[in-house]
Design a protein around this ligand. Structure first.
Ligand SMILES: O=P(O)(O)OP(=O)(O)OP(=O)(O)OC[C@H]1O[C@@H](n2cnc3c(O)ncnc32)[C@H](O)[C@@H]1O
Ligand SMILES: [Mg+2]
Length: 235
C-alpha cells in the first residue's frame, strides 16, 4: 500500500532562535511553506498506465523529465459514463492492479451538434471510421467539436483520484493527414489550417487537449514535493 506524508520540508535553523524578529519571520515562512509545498512520499514512482502506444508517445514527449514518472502498457477496460468518472474509475482500477500510485487519462471527441456525443470508446472509431464520423454530422450545419482529455492521479489503491482536464476547440472535417492516431485526421483545431494529423507532433503537443491537461498535472507536481522512498520512515 502506498503511503504519503504531508510534512513540510522547511526547517528553521538554530540561528533563528537568537533573534525574535527572525524567529517570527522563520515561523511565518515555515507556515507559508507548509501551506504551499508539502512532501508526498511514495514507495515507487507514479506510473502512467495506458494501452495506447500513441498516447504514451505524446505523454512522454510533453512531460519529458519534468515530473518523476514511469510508464506501463496495460489495456484498461473501456468504461461508459461521464469523462471525469470514466477517468477516475480507470485510475482506481489501475492503482489496484499495480498496487501503487498511477496516472491515467481518458480522451473524448465531442460534437456540439450532438451535445457532447459521441464521446468515444475505442471500438466506436474502429467500427465507424473517419467517414462515419463525418456522416454523423451530415444532417447538421454545426460541425464544431472539442477534444477533451481528463487525467486522473491516484496515490494508491483506496486513494480518491484527483482529476486534471484539458480541452481544445475545433471542427470536424473530411480526413486529412496520416491515419496513425485515432480521430486526428478529422479534427481541425480552431486557429489552424491543419488537422491534428497534418501537424508535426510538436505543433499538436503545443495546443492539444492532452497538453492542456498535462500542464495542470505538472502544476500539481510543482505544488507538492513528490519523493520516492521505499523505507519504513513513511507514515
Ligand atoms: O488504455 P487507454 O488509455 O484507455 O487507451 P485508449 O486507446 O482506450 O484511449 P481512450 O479510451 O482514452 O480513447 C478513446 C479513443 O480515442 C482515441 N484517441 C485518444 N486520444 C487521441 C488523440 O489525441 N487523437 C486522436 N485520437 C485519440 C483513441 O485512439 C481511442 O480510439
Ligand atoms: Mg480506453
Amino acid at each position: 500500500m502506498t503511503s504519503i506524508s504531508l510534512l513540510p520540508k522547511f526547517d528553521i535553523s538554530q540561528n533563528y532562535l537568537l533573534n525574535p524578529i527572525r524567529v517570527t519571520l522563520g515561523l511565518w515562512v515555515k507556515e507559508a511553506m507548509a501551506l504551499v509545498r508539502a512532501e508526498v512520499v511514495l514507495k515507487k514512482p507514479v506510473t502512467f498506465v495506458t494501452g495506447n502506444a500513441k498516447k504514451l508517445e505524446e505523454v512522454k514527449m510533453i512531460l519529458g523529465n519534468s515530473i518523476p514518472f514511469s510508464t506501463l502498457r496495460v489495456d484498461l477496460p473501456e468504461l461508459q459514463g461521464e469523462p471525469e468518472e470514466i477517468s477516475k474509475e480507470k485510475a482506481r482500477i489501475a492503482a489496484k492492479q499495480i498496487d501503487g500510485a498511477v496516472l491515467v487519462e481518458d480522451t473524448c471527441l465531442c460534437f456540439n451538434a450532438l451535445h457532447g456525443l459521441p464521446g468515444f470508446e475505442k471500438w466506436f472509431l474502429q467500427k465507424l471510421g473517419h467517414e462515419g464520423l463525418n456522416n454523423m454530422l451530415a444532417a447538421y450545419k454545426d460541425k464544431s467539436a472539442y477534444a477533451l482529455c481528463v487525467f486522473s492521479l491516484a496515490l494508491g489503491p483506496g486513494f480518491e483520484p484527483t482529476t486534471f482536464v484539458g480541452r481544445t476547440e475545433g471542427k470536424i472535417v473530411p480526413a486529412r493527414g496520416p491515419a496513425d492516431f485515432g480521430w486526428d485526421p478529422v479534427f481541425q483545431p480552431d486557429g489552424s489550417d491543419f488537422t491534428y494529423a497534418e501537424m508535426p507532433k510538436d505543433e499538436k503537443n503545443k495546443i492539444s487537449h492532452r497538453r492542456r491537461a498535462l500542464d495542470k498535472v505538472r502544476d500539481h507536481f510543482r505544488e507538492y514535493d513528490f519523493v520516492v522512498r521505499n523505507d519504513d520512515s513513511q507514515v
